[in-house]
Design a protein around this ligand. Structure first.
Ligand code: BG6
Length: 476
């Protein structure tokens, strides 16, 4: 009973939120570099405000982030000390193909990640690598309009071939697109799509066309991964969190079910290999014409993912009643507030049982192994007078969620491969761009505007999580 022996315990980060060094060793500019901190960030993230170049009046936190590019050895040593079995990280496309459409890769970028993966292996840590964690070369955005253009599939295929070949034997677990469903909710941050000049109908079309290209690219990546090394295991990655009906009024139930389908559409295609009938009906009804090539359907059918991974921070609420208007913020998009749940300082609703509900639902739907690749609490950690961070709130959050995951394994029979909490070290927040929204077990001395020594120190949760891993989830 409890967690399986080979359970992959670890933590996660993303390149653009941690590496910095945005212009070193031939790295090209990416969409994710151009997300400023402050009130305009949301409009840029949503693709409503065009920001294709750095502007003087803004601060761009990803430029230097926490400088993991230079400090990766010290940081991975800390992950080794935590006893990590796996470390989820992403590669920056622009380090390997600075512009995105070159034929030959940038050797400096390839070498960099090779060193990082070898460093992980030194500590017995299995890398779990996201190929695209929201990032896309700006050259591809400007020249081709990013994922709305079918040519992106070829450029991405090239990236995948290079990466799978070069890291054969070093990396076995891959996620192709982080939170692939976020192309609908945060089109510029998640997929390099600027849509500010389109009407609502055109926006929908562009987003679904881009989604289709990403889904085809995902299938192609899965195919290549398996061809290059049959040991490779490829997962989809869904930004998850169920919509609960606000009441048992069937109208609320239906609204919630339909909202969930907007997300499941992606994993339905990736896990089952075909477009679900409800999406085809939606396209027909709303006159959304998606360009499919003949070979797409076969490619999707024959190259489904090996496992289902997802991020889980919160559940959401759906209602058909326009009078129920109280909203709360959430991961990328807002939701109706759930009166039964507490919230984080950023308004995200805390719902450990929702994690078990999510695991049950995803397993019932796909019958494939599941992997929780993001889960954590963003909080404004304040060091005490001795400089210590006693983050009991984070320990409670993680512990409650891990217990819920354990129940899903023990009581519901759900096969879970691993758990990588977000984020093992403090990094820049994707949604807000703030540093003070901290998720780490390791504190990084840096503020929202980039001031600070970048010194790393362990929080109370560091020792706690170390014991969780040592006891294989028994000591919570
Ligand atoms: C997920 C992303 O949406 O949530 C991460 O994959 C992100 O990149 C995480 O950091 C937490 O969100 P935020 O906005 O608090 O950083």
């Amino acid at each position: 009973m409890g967690f399986p022996e080979n359970f992959l315990w670890g933590g996660a980060t993303a390149a653009n939120q941690s590496e910095g060094a945005y212009n070193l060793d031939n790295r090209g500019l990416a969409n994710v570099d151009l997300l400023p901190v402050g009130e305009d960030r949301r409009a840029v993230v949503m693709g409503e405000k065009k920001m294709f170049h750095f502007l003087d009046d803004y601060f761009y936190p990803a430029k230097n982030a926490i400088d993991m590019y230079h400090q990766y050895k010290e940081d991975i040593a800390l992950l080794g000390e935590l006893g990590f079995k796996t470390y989820r990280m992403s590669i920056a496309w622009t380090r390997i193909f600075p512009k995105g459409d070159e034929k030959e890769p940038n050797e400096a970028g390839l070498e960099y990640y090779e060193k990082v993966f070898k460093e992980c292996r030194k500590y017995g840590i299995e890398p779990l690598v996201t190929i695209s964690h929201f990032d896309c070369p700006m050259h591809l955005v400007e020249k081709y309009g990013s994922w709305r253009n079918r040519k992106m599939i070829d450029f991405f295929e090239n990236l995948c071939k290079v990466v799978f070949t070069r890291y054969k034997g070093l990396v076995k677990y891959w996620l192709v697109f982080n939170e692939i469903n976020m192309v609908l909710h945060a089109p510029f941050m998640a997929a390099g799509l600027y849509v500010g000049d389109l009407d609502e109908k055109e926006k929908e079309k562009v987003k679904y066309q881009a989604a289709h290209h990403e889904l085809v690219a995902n299938a192609l990546a899965t195919k290549i991964a398996h061809e290059v090394d049959p040991e490779n295991q490829v997962g989809c990655m869904l930004g998850a969190g169920k919509h609960y009906p606000y009441s048992c009024n069937p109208d609320d139930v239906l609204v919630s079910q339909l909202r969930d389908r907007e997300d499941y559409f992606f994993s339905d295609v990736q896990a089952r290999g075909e477009y679900p009938s409800y999406m085809i009906k939606k396209f027909e009804r709303e006159g959304i014409q998606i360009d499919f090539e003949k070979e797409d359907l076969e490619l999707l059918k024959n190259n489904t993912v090996d496992f289902i991974s997802f991020s889980y921070y919160m559940s959401r609420v759906g209602t058909a009643n326009p009078e129920i208007a109280e909203q709360t913020t959430g991961n990328i998009f807002d939701s109706v507030k759930n009166p039964y749940l507490p919230s984080s300082e950023w308004g995200w609703q805390i719902d450990p049982l929702g994690m078990r509900i999510m695991l049950i639902e995803l397993y019932d739907r796909y019958q494939k192994p599941l992997f929780v690749v993001e889960n954590g609490l963003g909080a404004n950690d304040i060091p005490d007078s001795d400089g210590n961070i006693n983050d009991d709130y984070r320990i409670n959050y993680l512990s409650d969620h891990i217990k819920a995951m354990k129940d899903a394994i023990d009581l519901d029979g759900v096969p879970v491969m691993g758990y990588t909490m977000w984020s093992c070290i403090d990094i820049v927040s994707a949604g807000s761009g703030e540093m003070k929204k901290r998720y780490g077990l390791i504190y990084v001395d840096r503020d929202n505007l980039g001031n600070g020594t970048l010194k790393r120190s362990k929080k109370k949760s560091f020792d706690w999580y170390k014991k969780v891993i040592e006891s294989n989830g028994e000591n919570l």
